[in-house]
Ligand binder design. Structure first.
Ligand SMILES: [Zn+2]
Length: 337
């Protein structure tokens, strides 16, 4: 134990076993000792009862016939690092739960020690990762910073194995193509399923780079397109009602149609209930959109197929031009699964 108050720390002194030959840090083989460093080196270890712990060890140098005079290798830390490997693992695993700043504050270390520990663990993982079992991937888009800046994360989404494979800085054809080129033609050929949004350049790259893969469109984007179609039906109908001199019943009703029923405010729910008195195309379009929600709950492809046909017949029956096209698209995409 050394220091007082906040500066208290446990120092564990390490003494090499008598007659144990040091290992050369160049080739890793046991070699005859050459000399000792004048002062002991400190290695930060995992805190005990929230008290910082350091290992104190006087490093030896070896006289290696292959590498020359070298500092010995120690099993608890690598190179010139002042932190034990166990401590770096410990910090990196906490940094998954807390921010790096909080991790550093909780375990009495500096922010950059946490940052370097995370980088070390990530580099190790990247170097040793196995990408041979990737058969299903997801390509998403995320906005960052201010304005329209996008990055494209690519995930493995195989059953029981979900992980981030890479983050593409931009969202354009060139960077996405370059990702798949780096990923390798053989691995690309093994990919059977790709889940993506409906962004055209992304679909084109997937078609070229992953010819064997089935492209499943993201449910969220299909739902968004259906919402847009219902909104268009509502706008057209509102215009038509105004042109024909009817009461503007659809005025201020946009979010009644766009939001999920469970998310409507009391006012919006009341407005929607009032609209039910009228025979409106927009309401039928909304009903069809909601019917499509149930489609995603099916686990059996046969029942899903029947449900899809039923919705299609309804759509065709109602002849909602734009909605019909959108729903057909959605169904065809799901059909590819
Ligand atoms: Zn050596």
């Amino acid at each position: 134990m050394s220091g007082k108050g906040d500066k208290t720390r446990i120092i564990a002194e390490i003494i090499p076993r008598a007659n144990a030959r040091p290992r050369c840090s160049g080739c890793g083989k046991p070699r005859p000792g050459y000399d000792r460093m004048p002062r002991p080196r400190k290695f930060e270890f995992i805190p005990v009862w929230n008290i910082p712990v350091s290992l104190s060890y006087t490093m030896r140098r070896v006289d290696c016939p292959s590498c020359g005079i070298k500092v010995e290798a120690v099993p608890w830390a690598q190179g010139k690092h002042a932190c034990c490997d166990a401590y770096r693992h410990f910090l990196a695993s906490w940094a998954r739960r807390l921010s790096w700043k909080e991790t550093a504050a909780c375990f009495h270390t500096k922010w950059d020690t946490v940052c370097r520990s995370v980088k070390w663990v990530v580099d190790f993982g990247m170097k040793h990762r196995d990408l041979e079992d990737v058969t299903a991937i997801g390509v998403d888009e995320v906005t960052y910073s201010k304005g329209h800046k996008y990055m494209t994360p690519v995930y493995q989404i195989d059953g029981g194995r979900k992980r981030l494979l890479g983050v593409i800085r931009d969202r354009d054809t060139r960077s996405l193509t370059s990702f798949f080129e780096t990923f390798g033609a053989e691995r690309c050929a093994r990919i059977k399923v790709v889940c993506s949004d409906m962004w055209k350049p992304c679909l084109n790259v997937i078609a070229v780079m992953l010819p064997a893969a089935l492209n499943v469109l993201d449910r969220f984007h299909i739902a968004k397109k259906l919402g847009e179609a219902v909104d268009e039906v509502r706008r057209q109908e509102a215009k038509q009602l105004a042109a024909e001199g009817y009461e503007p019943v659809l005025k201020n009703s946009r979010y009644c149609f766009l939001k999920r029923r469970s998310n409507l405010t009391i006012r919006q729910a009341t407005k929607l209930r009032d609209l039910l008195k009228y025979d409106l195309k927009s309401l039928r379009a909304l009903a069809l959109k909601e019917a499509f929600d149930g489609f995603w709950q099916y686990e059996s492809p046969r029942w899903a197929e029947l449900a899809k046909k039923e919705i299609l017949l309804e759509v065709i029956g109602h002849r909602h031009g734009r909605l019909r096209r959108k729903q057909l698209n959605g169904c065809q995409n799901r059909n590819q699964c």
